[in-house]
Design a protein around this ligand. Structure first.
Ligand code: UD1
Ligand code: UDP
Length: 387
């Protein structure tokens, strides 16, 4: 099987790590980087630290408006796919790189697999929600991370859901027997709950980080004595009211130390709106550039609480049992909220500060993100069914 994997943004490099490794055991992978993220700390550092193979192609689209960026990706990815003729195209998550890869595959009639399918925020003003819905509806393999994702797809009319979304048995030769697999492109798309690939990655690299990352020493931090924040959603960075409220909260944390690795989009917006100096002047806040995955995992694991609008960071907070305060009104990762480890507070500064003060989970967690073997399951299913 020849797989063309398409990545382009920070979380996709992380999701691709275990799947790429698994594909390369018995199959061939062509890795295509769209170039959506390109700064050293947003791209190259992940390839270096996590042992991701050098991309076979980098389309180098860079930053642009939604339409232009996606259009440039479409043209570039199509050229590569036409030349490489893969058996299947694999896309991850919900970025513009995801949608572009999905559209190219669908239009060229090449089977398409979507990793992290079925997630919904039910807010179509988010570019990610549009990317998710469109990608799912042209995919042949929809690899869901959670039962909620399965349920969302069922509600949208998908019927070919295997084993009620549960993997039957590790010891079984083929838990998804080949005769039941769809005739790709012409059959009903296959929907299955394989667990969350970010769980595989976070657990493995969380241990590696303990030995390899010196970020706590570098920043002079004691475990569980600091808060960690990330912000990058358009609804927060491009809305000056929301951004100001968040900054107001961060600057008024009283006795708390806040570590804030800044996404380049956020730095630009803070700067453009005159808010960067407020944060720099605050004695509570330590602004740093975005960091590599190992350092970030280390910061997450040992934080007292995390404040974020990131999807991946909400999950990692849950994996590491760190209370998460989400600076959004909705989340795709509802299990983290249902289990009491995540609270949705929006952007009002008083509500954020109240959560920093008083939000404490009760301790219990379900195993909702799989068993840490998601990559094996995905590649096994593809290997058994892609002709
Ligand atoms: C993108 C994804 C988002 C994902 C996030 C992960 C879309 C629509 N959004 O958002 O779903 O959660 O990646 O981080 O695909 N920039 C740099 N250097 C870089 C990359 C970006 O300076 O290496 C700056 C540019 O000013 C750019 C802005 O960040 O215009 C936004 O980058 P972009 O990739 O368009 O969106 P993200 O906010 O990163
Ligand atoms: N991350 C990182 N360095 C940082 C911030 C985040 O390595 O400075 C990692 C984090 O561990 C998680 C992923 O980036 O795995 C989340 O990506 P991001 O927040 O950019 O996007 P989202 O998950 O919201 O799509």
């Amino acid at each position: 099987m020849k797989v063309a994997s398409i990545v382009g943004a920070r979380p996709q490099f992380i999701k691709a790590v275990p799947i790429s490794k698994e594909i390369r055991k018995n199959h061939r992978e062509i890795l295509i980087h769209t170039g959506q993220h390109y700064d050293e700390e947003m791209s190259a550092i992940f390839f270096e630290q996590l042992g991701i193979p050098e991309p076979d192609y980098n389309i180098g689209v860079g930053s642009a408006s939604q339409g232009k960026q996606t259009a440039d990706m479409l043209a570039g990815i199509e050229e590569v796919i036409l030349a490489e003729k893969p058996d299947i195209v694999l896309v991850y998550g919900d970025t513009n790189s995801t949608l572009a890869g999905a559209l190219v595959a669908a239009k060229l009639n090449i089977p398409l697999a979507h990793v992290e399918a079925g997630l919904r925020s039910f807010d179509k003003s988010m570019p990610e929600e549009v990317n998710r819905i469109l990608t799912d509806h042209v995919s042949d393999y929809l690899f869901c991370p959670t039962q909620t994702a399965i349920d969302n797809l069922r509600n949208e009319g998908f019927t070919n859901v295997f084993n009620e979304g549960k993997f039957v048995s590790e010891s079984c030769d083929s838990p998804f027997p080949t005769p039941h697999l769809p005739a790709v492109r012409h059959g009903s798309p296959l929907v299955c709950n394989v667990g969350d690939v970010m769980f595989d990655t976070a657990i493995y690299f969380g241990k590696v980080a303990e030995n390899k990352s010196d970020i706590l020493d570098k920043l002079g931090l004691n475990k569980k004595e600091y808060l960690l924040a990330t912000i990058h959603r358009a609804s927060n960075t491009d809305n000056i009211d929301n951004l100001s409220q968040i900054v107001e909260a961060f600057c008024n944390l009283n006795n708390e130390t806040l570590i804030f690795p800044v996404h380049p989009r956020t730095r630009k917006s803070l700067d453009d709106n005159g808010l960067l100096s407020n944060l720099n002047d605050s004695k509570n806040v330590k602004l740093i550039d975005a960091v590599g995955y190992l350092d970030f995992l280390m910061l997450e694991k040992h934080a007292k609480k995390i404040l974020t609008d990131s999807g991946g960071v909400q999950k990692e907070a849950y994996f590491f049992k760190v209370p998460c305060i989400t600076l959004r009104e909705a989340t795709e990762w509802v299990e983290t909220v249902e289990d009491g480890w995540n609270i949705l507070v929006g952007t009002n500064h008083k509500v954020i500060l109240e959560a920093v003060e008083s939000f404490w989970p009760d301790g219990s967690q379900r195993q909702v993100f799989g068993d840490g073997h998601t990559a094996e399951k995905i590649v096994k299913i593809l290997g058994e069914s892609v002709i």
